[in-house]
Write a protein of this length. Sequence first.
Length: 65
Amino acid sequence: MSEMNELDSTCGITDDELTERFKEAIRIENEIKKIKGAPIAGYDTEKKLAFLEYPDGRRKYASAQ
């Protein structure tokens, strides 16, 4: 039996639904940034480095420390 806290009982949103809403919000925000010409933050799993991707496609990686 799992306990429900006040937040769970008032919102009625499952963790999976909340996760999907979060992912969609990020996707929308990235689309807005592309339209405005602003860089989008990302993470390269192969290089294990964060980067900014500019509208022209170039990536500027954070320095490894």
